[in-house]
Ligand binder design. Structure first.
Ligand code: ADP
Ligand code: MG
Length: 321
């Protein structure tokens, strides 16, 4: 069985062209771009809680990077470096090799260097810290939304949650729809290019990890504003539309989670520039409502009638697994 150091040497020591000193010493050394602010974020993925222990390790490696890149995207930051903290029940070499390949492949696509980490025995847990850069005053905070702003969402929401319904609750979909949703669940596409393109355009942004309404709710709270959201405007995939008859399907786009799309607000006058930015970033964006003064959080159906729906999303300490 390989040792901890064999694993590090064989699978975790990758070339790091944007780094002064990568894996192998007590610390990595990076040279930040002068004048830029450093953006840092950590995400913890725990087997049985955030993913099934039997998840394909290649896809798990992708997801561990994707959820962190998504935080960079939501901040308008350029991702540069990551570290990986990994607890493994055993030194299963094929598993580690596949995981490291999935992890490194997505990093390479974004020009991000894997500069260090820690490896230990323990219940399967993946902790990634990502560092990025953003010019002064250009970070897309949650707190900048203004009354009168449009509310936008990238891509489609609810697909990952539909994938989870297939796995956990036996929802039956066509083979194509099922694969599409499982891909959205396991290999989300972080909207890094969109986040960068929204610098100077969006007033506030957040990535959707816990569910659209819950994460929008965090943005509203941070900004001290309210919102009116039109349910029929929320972008849903064809696969999700085909489940419209299923009891409770509305919860998927509203509160499904694991979407890793961006939700952001901007002045109505910026709409055409936002469409151009999205086209450059090769992702669809959709206006789903408006920011209002005050604290209302209103969801409207196609007739303009308020829909009763709890805006709270997943909470690890309140929601039973
Ligand atoms: P230390 O005892 O100083 O923490 P380690 O033996 O844990 O050093 O790690 C040796 C080197 O390997 C360090 O540069 C560390 O960053 C790197 N490393 C350990 N685990 C990982 C990992 N999972 N991914 C990337 N680098 C790792
Ligand atoms: Mg260590």
């Amino acid at each position: 069985m390989p040792s901890e150091f064999d694993l590090i040497r064989r699978y975790f020591s990758r070339s790091a062209p944007g780094t002064l000193l990568g894996v192998g010493d007590d610390c990595a050394l990076m040279v930040p771009t002068p004048g830029q602010e450093l953006a840092v974020s950590t995400d913890l993925l725990v087997a049985g809680r955030h993913f099934f222990a039997g998840t394909d390790p290649l896809r798990l490696g992708h997801k561990a990077v994707a959820v962190n890149l998504s935080d960079m995207a939501a901040m308008g930051a350029q991702p540069r470096w990551v570290t990986l903290g990994l607890a493994l029940p055993q030194a299963d070499e094929p598993w580690v090799e596949a995981f490291a390949t999935g992890f490194h492949t997505l990093l390479l696509q974004h020009g991000v260097d894997w500069v260090g980490g820690d490896t230990t025995a323990g219940p399967l847990t993946i902790a990634v810290t990502i560092l990025g850069e953003v010019p002064p005053l250009q970070a897309l905070r949650r707190s900048g939304a203004q009354a009168g702003d449009d509310i936008w969402v990238s891509g489609t929401v609810g697909d990952a949650a539909l994938g989870l319904r297939c796995l956990k609750d036996g929802w039956i979909l066509s083979a194509n729809d099922r694969q599409f949703c499982l891909d959205r669940l396991d290999t989300p596409t972080p909207r890094v290019a969109l986040g960068l393109a929204l610098r100077g355009l969006a007033h506030a942004a957040i990535d959707i990890s816990d569910g659209l309404l819950a994460d929008l709710g965090h943005l509203l709270e941070a900004s001290g504003v309210g919102a009116r959201v039109h349910f029929e405007s929320i972008p849903c995939s064809a696969a999700l539309h085909r489940q419209r008859g299923h009891a409770g399907w509305e919860a998927l786009p509203l509160a499904g989670g694991d979407d890793y799309e961006l939700c952001f607000t901007a002045a109505p006058a910026a709409a055409s520039r936002i469409h151009q930015a999205a086209a450059r970033a090769d992702v669809m964006v959709t206006r789903i409502g408006v920011i209002t003064a005050g604290v209302e959080q209103v969801l409207l159906d196609g007739n303009g009638t308020a829909m009763a729906f709890a805006w709270q999303g997943f909470d690890h300490f309140r929601t039973l697994p």
